[in-house]
Design a protein around this ligand. Structure first.
Ligand code: GUN
Length: 292
């Protein structure tokens, strides 16, 4: 069994990003990223902090906007309008999920698609479905694909099973793996909460992407020997022995599943660092396109 080290692969992506930033800076351009957080959800707060920190380390101009959970739809729309108009900002990310009184889809539609480094805007979703490379692809599935490529996994012709159909991971993941060409050409099945006999489907997988947000959902009986497993889950489970009172676990029962796998990502240290790496790369792409 090979452990796919997301931290190491993310480092490689950051090195590429650093070189691209240097090229832009030589032309007097500093990529700018605005990260917006509404409310104080602990996991979202932690993600936003790491995105902001990583951007600053790479030399991306990073602006963190933290709004109280009482912020209104129009407060948020006004902020997005302001960021759309700001020439120093090339990428805008509104952390998901916002509080329930916010119409998230309307906020996403308000973001200039050229600054939508999350790839959530309908224009970018359509471009992914249309194999149009001028859009932005959501960071987590893009990171998963890069992990497979860097680990030398044969994707073309493989049976890939995606567990989960979210707009952030499952759906774009399926589109990426089925796209024509490098990193794609897989035969993709998407499994979700209404699927029948999930284990029979996942046992057919050469590549299994688990993105359902349920700790330890994928058990050993659901995986055939020799499968490559990418675990997207980042679930907090109570653990009184841990310093923070919780620990992070994936959607895969790692200890039981790992021995059967050809390769698997750990949690933490697998997909998580890649999501941030691809966000930084997308932000630099936005700045490059703006400068072209
Ligand atoms: N919440 C969980 N993942 C993501 C992501 O990739 N982008 C945003 N904006 N919110 C998220």
């Amino acid at each position: 069994m090979k452990l796919i080290n997301g931290t190491e692969i993310a480092k490689k992506v950051h090195e590429e990003t650093r070189r691209r930033i240097a090229t832009l800076q030589a032309r007097g351009i500093t990529p700018g990223l605005a990260v917006v957080l509404v409310g104080d959800d602990p996991a979202s707060t932690a993600y936003v902090r790491s995105k902001d920190k990583r951007a600053a380390e790479l030399g991306i101009h990073s602006l963190k906007h933290e709004l109280p959970s009482s912020a209104t739809q129009s407060d948020l729309l006004a902020l997005v309008e302001c960021l759309n108009a700001d020439p120093a900002i090339h990428g805008i990310l509104v952390q998901s999920p916002p509080p329930l009184h916010i119409d998230e889809a309307a906020i996403v539609r308000a973001i200039d698609p050229r600054k939508d480094v999350d790839g959530f805007h309908p224009v970018n979703v359509a471009k992914l479905a249309l194999d149009d490379p001028t859009g932005f692809v959501p960071c987590t599935p893009l990171g998963c694909q890069r992990l497979l490529v860097e680990a030398g996994v044969q994707i073309a012709g493989a049976r890939a099973v995606v567990l989960g159909r979210s707009m952030i991971v499952g759906k774009p993941m399926a589109l990426l793996l089925m796209a024509k060409g490098s990193g794609g050409d897989a035969t993709v099945t998407v499994v979700h909460s209404r699927s029948r006999d999930i284990a029979a489907i996942t046992r057919e997988a050469d590549i299994l992407i688990a993105a359902i947000g349920r700790p330890g959902f994928v058990t050993a009986d659901m995986v055939r020997a020799g499968t490559v497993v990418i675990d997207v889950g980042i679930n907090r489970v109570d653990d009184p022995t841990a310093a923070k009172g919780y620990r992070l676990v994936g959607d895969v029962d790692f200890d039981a599943v790992a021995p059967k796998c050809a390769a698997i990502t750990p949690v933490p240290g697998g997909v998580g660092p890649m999501t941030i790496a691809m966000l930084m790369a997308n932000t630099v792409t936005a700045a490059e396109r703006c400068a072209a």
